[in-house]
Write a protein that binds this ligand. Structure first.
Ligand SMILES: [Fe+2]
Ligand SMILES: [Fe+2]
Length: 261
């Protein structure tokens, strides 16, 4: 645990128990107990809840939290577009841009290129856990149903080889999760259902164009996809985050990622 950030962010109750202890030994015990309780809390805390205060504050700005506009981030337009998000929040977004580039170079349908471009947008910017589902929900109101479906199902399909198209179980997952890892039953069920679906191959193509390592020296600009985005993403005129859609809060959470509440 980072002691400095623990001491900065410790709860009032922990602070009171430490300062209230009368001897040095009692203070040390209270500190240890508070840190242990804090550690338990951190383990159970989803990645997305780990907002940080202002460990590197802007000189002269003493607020402990940058609620609303964060001066460390570019201010987004009032009606932000998907491309604004790519440039001002997702950048460099190498993984998704390179996946979309690969799909384009492979001559795939625009829907698949679009799906590759969006398939992991929540991972670095909102939520990693169960990211296929989060990414699909974020974009569902704005894209063809097939694109959202394919993105959701890639969550499960990544774990299952398909020799007929040359997709193998990712070697990285053996390193990450151990050789004996088996996907949870809900993932197996999602795969079984997807396997027999008319859009199976759309989702499978995401996994086939899902680059696990970046191509050296290749830089992809989101502007290369302006036309494809224009034809395949229904940009709300109020801007993403402000159109009153059921997913608007997800986009706002990316605009203001360090909002305390
Ligand atoms: Fe993914
Ligand atoms: Fe990916």
């Amino acid at each position: 645990m980072d002691r400095r950030s623990f001491l900065t962010n410790m709860s009032a109750a922990s602070l009171a128990s430490i300062t209230g202890a009368t001897t040095l030994t009692a203070k040390a015990d209270a500190l240890e107990e508070a840190m242990s309780a804090e550690l338990d809390k951190r383990i159970a805390m989803p990645w997305a809840c780990g907002i940080e205060g202002t460990p590197d504050p802007i000189p002269g700005d003493t607020r402990p939290w940058y609620q609303h506009e964060d001066p460390r981030l570019p201010k987004m337009p009032e009606a932000p577009t998907l491309i604004d998000f790519f440039k001002m929040r997702f950048a460099p977004a190498n993984h998704i841009l390179q996946s979309a580039r690969l799909a384009k170079n492979n001559g795939l349908d625009e829907k698949i290129i679009m799906a590759c471009l969006l398939h992991d947008i929540s991972v670095e910017n909102l939520v990693r856990t169960d990211h296929g589902y989060w990414c699909a929900q974020m974009i569902a109101p704005y894209v063809d149903e097939e694109i959202a479906w394919a993105i959701e199902k890639h969550q499960a399909l990544r774990f299952f080889a398909d020799e007929s198209v040359g997709y193998e179980y990712p070697e990285a997952y053996i390193r990450f999760f151990g050789a004996d890892y088996e996907p949870e039953p809900y993932i197996v069920k999602a795969y079984e259902e997807a396997k027999n679906h008319k859009w199976y191959m759309s989702s499978r193509l995401i996994t086939l164009n899902d680059l696990y390592s970046f191509e050296e020296g290749v830089e992809v600009d989101v502007d290369d996809f302006t036309d494809i985005i224009g034809r395949n993403f229904k940009q709300p005129k109020e801007g993403l985050g402000f159109d009153g859609s059921p997913v608007a809060h997800m986009w706002r959470s990316i605009i203001w990622p360090n909002n305390f509440l």
